[in-house]
Design a protein around this ligand. Structure first.
Ligand code: MLT
Length: 328
């Protein structure tokens, strides 16, 4: 047999074996535990959503899903970890709006939030609240707005890093009130909430899972829902629009991603497990009790999350650059 023919046969054999291994890998997925990276600190709303979804999905997939809080740099450290992981479905990323804003915020991002990931589906949506430490010197929303306008340099604003949900909400507050507050970044709003309860920081704009219980427990104050509607969980707290602050309506959606190149049969299996999780009555009830809404099954699909991410990249990136925000 000629050397060329031998080489050709050998290459075809190698390709056939690789294809067989590839298919086998996808066919017996998942054959071992899955890691779901949450790129913000434990105790925050992202951590809560990730653990609820992981707990429900692992029942369907028949394999443990380990939550890995790889936090820091506005969620980009955890996202980079997933982007460079093996595209086999065993390393996933649960993230929200900061995936979209990272493109505008970081010039030297070690991945592309759209090109280097496969969307699996959206998981939840939820509103935000404008909160303060208990001793903050304003008895209601109007006094809060008046105080911020009169004393911006005296007020510290906690958030989870440039482009995070709490930062975006803080930016909207500063731009609508035309003030510049002292920003204090954290690795997540879990630790930020701890400092708010301890009085180490003045205000925080955050989602509801940890903050509503803290308000109801008298540990912090809520001045407003960060939108046009009051929250069912805190009906006595006004919407910020009631103080005449318009154009301020923020809702945070978490979505699940895999690294680019993850086999389609694996993505379909993961999306099916996510769809089952978001339609599970127990999951919906548990999230609802924390002021969070699981999405509908059709939003827990790849094409829905792809469209959602594109919309956030197109709209929020420009808003941040216009606000003069840049991380590096
Ligand atoms: C968190 O889970 O800590 C928050 O989602 C961070 C943020 O404010 O974006």
């Amino acid at each position: 047999m000629s050397r060329l023919l031998k080489h050709t046969v050998r290459s075809c054999l190698a390709l056939a074996l690789a294809a067989a291994a590839f298919t086998a890998g996808a066919q017996d997925f998942p054959s071992h535990p899955i890691t779901m990276v949450m790129p913000y600190a434990p105790g925050g709303p992202g951590d809560v959503v990730t653990r609820v979804m992981a707990g429900a999905m692992q029942k369907t997939l028949g394999q443990t899903i380990v939550v890995d809080n790889t936090a820091g740099a506005s969620g980009t450290i955890g996202s980079a970890k997933v982007a460079r992981s093996k595209a086999d479905g065993y390393t996933l990323l649960m993230i929200h709006v900061s995936h979209a804003t990272s493109l505008a915020m970081f010039k030297n991002l070690p991945y592309h939030p759209v090109d280097d990931f496969e969307p699996i589906g959206s998981a939840t949506t939820g509103p935000m609240l404008i909160l303060s430490r208990n001793e903050f010197p304003a008895k209601d929303l109007n006094e809060f707005v008046t105080y911020l306008k009169a004393n911006p340099s005296k007020v510290s604003l906690a958030h989870a890093g440039v482009g995070s949900a709490s930062h975006l909400c803080g930016l909207m507050l500063m731009s609508t009130l035309k003030v510049k507050l002292n920003e204090i970044p954290y690795k997540g709003t879990g630790p930020a909430l701890n400092d708010l309860m301890g009085g180490q920081v003045d205000i925080l704009c955050d989602q509801t899972s940890g903050t509503v219980p803290a308000v109801k427990g008298g540990k912090i104050k809520a001045y407003a829902a960060a939108g046009r509607a009051r929250l069912p969980s805190l009906p006595e707290v006004p919407a910020i629009s009631e103080a005449g602050v318009e154009g301020f309506d923020i809702n945070i959606s978490f979505g699940l991603y895999a690294p680019k190149g993850t086999p389609k049969p694996v993505l379909d299996q993961l999306s099916a497990a996510l769809q089952k999780a978001v339609t599970d009555p127990d999951v919906r009830k548990r999230l609802d009790g924390m002021g969070i809404s699981a999405v509908s099954a059709d939003r827990a699909r790849p094409e829905a999350l792809r469209a959602h991410l594109k919309n956030e990249v197109d709209t929020l990136g420009g808003l941040l650059i216009k606000a003069g925000v840049q991380a590096n």
